[in-house]
Design a protein around this ligand. Structure first.
Ligand SMILES: [Mg+2]
Length: 377
């Protein structure tokens, strides 16, 4: 869904793509011929087309002619550098302008090299190889920076970037964005009784289940930190998001990872908070994540192993119960106890000042502009 998708675990590495922009058809053909083997070459006839292709194809190298009608190579490069989605793609000028001043100007604008026409194919291929390797190395580092070391799925940093990108995209298209925040129930107790090795294995298993449930191209999941996981669903409203969360909740429960120290269930379970909005309803994407966090808090407080949505009390009750050895009365008593028990030190810490957050949500729901259903619990 974004340039990051190329760096996120599970995405296929692609054949290196080179974009060439030149208004001269013969030059484009010559270049295509030069890189015919082992590369994918896409060509643009003018600057506007080059920008469009750069955004869509996310090439590994861009070669720009300088003298083109309407928009020259310098202007194209300036615009590429101003767009964070493509600004890290190396750009080379390929030109007949041979003055030292021209070359300096190109390099100062951020071009990585300056190739003079007519070019020697072997030399240009060797130079391009260097830049492609440089980019591969950088991409690998980027991937590490955006990958969770334990589970191998994306990390919070990747989520934040993708949410930001998706938020801007959804604002343009006026589509809802949905965030699901989920937390393993009583994970501290799991670690304490089963050991940290088992705890790590449990988180890896949970990560795989989340990953498997992300089925559409616009779905994205990450480890949010500790035992928390997050999903971003593009063009998804609150009800659809809650349905996805419920599917994941059921899948976690069905995985039947034994959890002897949980008072919710005999197996590992998770609580879910779901929030969705179209971007104009909330000031920032972080507000959407916070709304999901507030819903998650409610799911925890209402007994865990359930899905709560933004502004609603828990809408999906746990199906985990009853277990044969527990009588119905024991279950009722246990659930009542859960409802009154605090949701754990972790969430208390996170929700220190939770009153203020609820006020904020109330405030948001009060404005006629905001279509949110948020209300005070
Ligand atoms: Mg030209």
């Amino acid at each position: 869904m974004t340039h990051l998708a190329n760096h996120i675990p599970g995405q296929q590495p692609h054949l290196k793509t080179i974009l060439i922009a030149d208004d001269n058809a013969m030059m484009r053909r010559l270049f295509q011929h030069t890189f015919a083997h082992g590369h994918r070459v896409v060509t643009a006839e003018n600057g506007a087309q080059a920008l469009e292709l750069a955004e869509r194809e996310r090439p590994d190298l861009i070669v720009l002619d300088i003298l083109m009608p309407d928009m020259d190579g310098h202007e194209v490069l300036k615009r590429l550098k101003a767009d964070p989605c493509v600004s890290d793609i190396p750009v080379v000028f390929l030109t007949g302008m041979t003055e030292a001043g021209d070359e300096l100007r190109g390099l100062e604008l951020g071009a990585i090299d300056y190739w003079i026409k007519p070019f020697q194919p072997a030399i240009v291929r060797a130079r391009a190889r260097n830049y492609l390797e440089l980019k591969s190395g950088r991409d690998a580092l980027t991937q590490l920076a955006f990958q969770d070391g334990l589970t191998g799925i994306a990390n919070r940093r990747a989520f934040d970037e993708i949410l930001d990108h998706e938020w801007r995209r959804a604002r343009r298209s006026d589509e809802p964005v949905c965030v699901i925040l989920a937390d393993v129930d009583h994970f501290k107790a799991y670690n304490d009784t089963q050991g940290h090795g088992a705890g790590d294995a449990c988180l890896s298993r949970v990560a795989t289940i989340f990953q498997n449930q992300m089925q559409r191209a616009g779905d994205f999941t990450a480890r949010y930190g500790g035992e928390e996981f997050v999903c971003l669903l593009a063009n998804t409203d609150l009800n659809s998001g809650a349905a996805v969360a419920e599917k994941i909740r059921a899948a976690i429960e069905q995985a039947a990872l034994p959890h002897g120290a949980s008072d919710v269930c005999e197996v590992v379970t998770m609580s879910f908070g779901v929030a969705a909005c179209i971007p104009e309803e909330l000031p920032t994407p972080q507000d959407l994540t916070e709304a999901a966090d507030t819903a998650l808090y409610r799911a925890k407080h209402a007994g865990r192993n359930q899905v709560a949505t933004m502004g609603e009390e828990c809408v999906q009750r746990a199906q985990c119960l009853p277990y044969p050895h527990r009588s119905g009365r024991e279950e009722t008593a246990r659930r009542a106890e859960n409802l009154s028990s605090d949701p754990g030190p972790d969430r208390q810490r996170r929700h220190h000042g939770g009153q203020a957050q609820d006020h904020r949500l109330l405030h948001l729901s009060a404005g006629p502009r905001h279509g949110l259903q948020c209300r005070k619990p």
